[in-house]
Write a protein that binds this ligand. Structure first.
Ligand code: FPP
Length: 249
């Protein structure tokens, strides 16, 4: 499946799950003397290319942070544009993604989104649910703290109803009540545009994720830039709290 993998990447040590914070669309547009929304449009093209490249290289899960719970504070025109862009992209790209074996999934509080967008999201998740080549998660109206609060409430209700005991609450049970249920944790997070923070993205899930920050603005994050991120990942030693692996005698 990954015959196109660049020779400087090791197919045995690819991240299974890559998450991206697509930052810098506005700055890219300003640099080009274009309105901010042109940056988002270009950013969507970049995401499409990254999805194709991830699939070709044998990465099994790609998760993109498209809209945070804090992004509602942006000017109304920009928020409206993004909602329309998500819906348009879904309508336009669904058939091709389905053909290419992409399983689409949305994470976040979708109930606050425009009804027509919610319908389009449900339809695309259902239609592609049996696809197995790559899982593409898009975080929309996503906030990690809100997600954790929601999991706590669901578990508290189960305790209240007597269905579980407080001591039954485990890491595993919490994970089962997050939006990302059944999605393994990201192995690599990429954030573009020089910002070095998580901005309320997958806080629980990224406890052991490798972080890669680059100054490249999201619309310019091309295949070569992705390759650099993967090379950096492959040069790291993941210990998950343990000491360096020793060869057994
Ligand atoms: C951050 O850049 C980007 C966003 C908040 C929007 C991301 C959305 C897309 C790239 C479109 C994706 C499309 C689909 C279909 C999922 P910024 O606006 O904060 O940039 P700035 O920091 O330079 O202002």
């Amino acid at each position: 499946m990954n015959s196109n993998l660049p020779i400087d990447l090791n197919s045995q040590n690819l991240p299974h799950h890559v998450a991206v914070i697509m930052d810098g669309n506005g700055r890219w547009a300003t640099q080009q003397k274009l309105p901010r929304i042109a940056g988002h449009r270009q950013g969507a093209r970049t995401l499409k290319e990254l999805l194709r490249c991830s699939k070709d290289w044998g990465i099994k899960i790609l998760t993109a942070y498209a809209f945070s719970t804090e992004n509602w504070r942006r000017p109304t025109e920009e928020v409206d544009f993004l909602m329309i862009l998500f819906e348009k992209m879904l309508r336009r790209e669904l058939e091709e993604m389905h053909r290419e074996g992409v399983r689409i999934n949305f994470v976040g509080d979708l109930s606050a989104l425009p009804k027509s967008l919610q319908n389009e999201m449900q339809r695309s998740m259902l239609e592609t649910s049996n696809n197995r080549d790559i899982q593409f998660n898009v975080a929309v109206n996503y906030g990690s703290r809100k997600e954790i609060v929601s999991a706590c409430r669901q578990l508290a209700e189960l305790v209240q109803k007597g269905e579980i005991k407080p001591e039954d609450i485990s890491e595993d049970l919490i994970e089962k009540n997050l939006y990302t249920v059944d999605i393994p944790a990201p192995d690599l997070l990429i954030r573009t545009s020089g910002e070095k923070r998580l901005s309320n993205f997958l806080l629980w899930q990224m406890a052991y994720t490798e972080m890669y920050f680059t100054d490249t603005l999201w619309p310019d994050f091309d295949q070569a830039a992705f390759q650099q991120a993967l090379i950096s990942y492959q040069n790291r030693e993941r210990r998950f709290g343990k000491v360096k692996a020793v060869l057994s005698a």
